[in-house]
Design a protein around this ligand. Structure first.
Ligand code: GLY
Length: 357
């Protein structure tokens, strides 16, 4: 199915998924961005090495492009990194009629989208996600931004890319841990919207590259939700299932671990906690216990519970969660007492098996 090029729109933004190479970019550059100059390609050290050469081989229109490189990792999704990008663009004649191509995972698409959309009050950008997580979630839907002292995505804006090109061939060089990070977001999409897909995931093979078959269905779920609520006034909050606690756990890990959790690993832990709460207050009939384990002591639990207050869905200091009513059906804006937040983390921490890396 992904050998064919699938074309559709997400909230008015063209998405192209599949194809035998990333050459769809050549056609896009020639048809829509001939006059845009300079053209920048934002990479991190991994995509500079593994993905940029592939793009150069298939897209001759990039021969004059200027490659910008940000340091890899969520720790670098900051205003300081944006400032470096803005300086490099300013010094090389960047302007509102330039073009930024974001080639990377969620850090690069969030960061590059934000940097482009405020530089000279906004220049066009294209997302080319290279991780499973960015293909099925981060690159889609116009959320851009950076972290604030490790607090996730506190600074940012909604800004749609000019196009999103998803070419799954980039996954062939991705480490297994990164594939699993994306798999967590695929599971989230299934849990909130498609019980049949969840069933298939649970029964199916967990070979890393076999997750490719869920790319298109997962993108379609996100497309449906985002297109009906692009600015997250209501139903788009469903996509945040697992993220109130997931972001708090991720922030805690970024501040305390030498090798921090990936976004997907933190969201997987957050989904376990929020599944527990779903069973307590949202009517979910069964608990799911399939994700791995991240050890937390009482101090960590107290800190993570405090960090969860920074979630953007909260109002007046009260937690409002997106939870599961059943597998395949979610609801947003459910008030949750702080004691249930801490209790769900304790429930999670009581697992005995060790984490998978
Ligand atoms: N990643 C959640 C959203 O795009 O709304």
């Amino acid at each position: 199915m992904l050998a064919d090029l699938n074309e559709f729109q997400i909230a008015g933004c063209p998405v192209r998924v599949g194809g035998s190479s990333p050459e769809a970019l050549q056609q896009l550059l020639l048809s829509q961005f001939m006059g845009n100059s300079p053209v920048y390609v934002l990479t991190d050290s991994n995509t500079r090495k593994h993905c940029y050469p592939v793009l150069q081989r298939h897209v001759p229109a990039l021969s004059e492009a200027i490659c910008l490189e940000a340091e890899a990792g969520e720790q670098n999704k900051t205003l300081q990194t944006c400032e470096r990008i803005w300086m490099q663009m300013a010094e090389s004649g960047g302007n509102r009629n330039s073009l930024l191509i974001n080639l990377g995972g969620g850090v690069i698409t969030d960061l590059g989208g934000f940097a482009a959309s405020v530089f000279h009050r906004g220049m066009p950008f294209i997302n080319i996600p290279t991780t499973l997580m960015a293909m099925v979630d981060a690159s889609l839907g116009g959320k851009t931004g950076v972290d604030l002292h490790g607090l996730k995505n506190q600074i940012g804006l909604f800004a749609n890319p000019a196009a999103i090109l998803v070419w799954p061939g980039f996954l062939d060089t991705l480490p297994e841990r990164e594939i699993l990070s994306g798999a967590a977001e695929i599971c989230k999409h299934a849990l909130i919207a498609d019980a049949g897909m969840w069933d298939k995931i649970v029964k199916g093979s967990k070979e890393p590259l076999l997750w490719k078959e869920y790319i298109l269905p997962a993108i379609k779920i996100k497309t449906g939700i985002v297109s009906s609520d692009p600015l997250e006034q209501g139903s788009r909050r469903l996509l945040n299932f697992g993220h109130t606690l997931g972001h708090a756990i991720e922030t805690w890990s970024l501040r305390n671990d030498a090798i921090p959790l990936t976004h997907g690993e933190a969201v997987a832990a957050g989904m376990v906690c929020e599944t527990r709460i779903s069973a307590q207050i949202a009517g979910l009939p069964a608990e799911d216990r399939r994700f791995g384990h991240y050890p937390m002591n009482e101090d960590a639990i107290a800190s993570i519970a405090r960090l969860s207050v920074y979630d953007k869905k909260n109002r007046n200091g009260k937690h409002l969660l997106s939870l599961l009513r059943s597998v395949g059906q979610a609801a947003d804006g459910i008030p949750c007492e702080p004691r249930l937040i801490a209790e769900s983390l304790r429930f999670y921490a009581s697992y005995t098996q060790s984490f998978f890396y």
